[in-house]
Design a protein around this ligand. Structure first.
Ligand SMILES: CC(C)(COP(=O)(O)OP(=O)(O)OC[C@H]1O[C@@H](n2cnc3c(N)ncnc32)[C@H](O)[C@@H]1OP(=O)(O)O)[C@@H](O)C(=O)NCCC(=O)NCCS
Length: 200
């Protein structure tokens, strides 16, 4: 799935200034030129209610603050997801807690249901395990979010419990299924070649 990584700086660590190409998507660092598009995509309660940190309503100033913060934040690798040269969402890996690097993502509602979430998550996961030494990656999905749960399971994440997390847009805490993907499971999935069946 991860077809090409164009590295624009000698080291990816702490910069997120690389571009990932998948079959249908381009993942790149968001810039201030993307603020309008990000605001338009993110300003939807269905997205905010399933992501911990997205405020609702999501205003242009939120997008400006987000882009500026991520440009200097070496602990989070964030990508704007583009399809046919148009932004459709965001995926990122937050390494703020070194023992629990965390995958997160959201897509504009018009782009749900076409496998883009899985495709973008896989690209970010590949980059993470290829570029960092960590042994595992974590993620979470509200218990009432089967689409996100499906993405995580398709990427090899295994359920490891339920926690209460506060969601900014909800203003309260709600149960979240927690998932973990180990390097060994990721490597195994990547190496699982196809087999053929012969009738005898
Ligand atoms: C979660 C989200 C990224 C999914 O994106 P997507 O591109 O539609 O996801 P995909 O198409 O790659 O895969 C979703 C899977 O869940 C399934 N699914 C979708 N809605 C579902 C539902 N209500 N019940 C059960 N399964 C569902 C899809 O069929 C698909 O599985 P399949 O490939 O086996 O058919 C998108 O809905 C979103 O941005 N939601 C709001 C933000 C969010 O939840 N972020 C995740 C929190 S970290």
């Amino acid at each position: 799935m991860l077809q090409d990584i164009q590295i624009q700086t000698p080291s990816l660590r702490g910069t997120s200034s690389c571009v990932l190409e998948t079959e249908r998507l381009t993942l790149r660092r968001p810039t201030l030129a993307d603020v309008k598009a990000i605001t338009h995509l993110a300003n939807n309660r269905r997205i905010a209610e399933n992501t911990r940190r997205l405020p609702h309503p999501y205003l242009q100033e939120h997008a400006v603050e987000f882009v500026r913060a991520k440009a200097t934040d070496s602990s989070e690798t964030v990508f704007l997801i583009e399809h046919n040269y148009s932004p459709i969402g965001m995926v990122g890996i937050d390494r703020g807690e070194p023992d629990a690097p965390e995958l997160g993502y959201w897509l504009g509602v018009d782009h749900w249901g076409r496998g883009f979430g899985t495709e973008a998550a896989r690209a970010a996961i590949d980059l993470f395990f290829e570029e960092f030494d960590a042994e595992h990656l974590v993620s979470g999905a509200r218990v009432a979010n089967p689409a996100s749960r499906n993405i995580l399971e398709k990427c090899g994440f295994q359920w490891c419990g339920v926690e209460l997390h506060r969601f900014e847009a909800l203003g309260y805490s709600t149960p979240v299924d927690r998932f973990r993907l180990t390097r060994s499971v990721w490597a195994s999935l990547k190496n699982w070649g196809s087999s053929t069946r012969k009738e005898r």
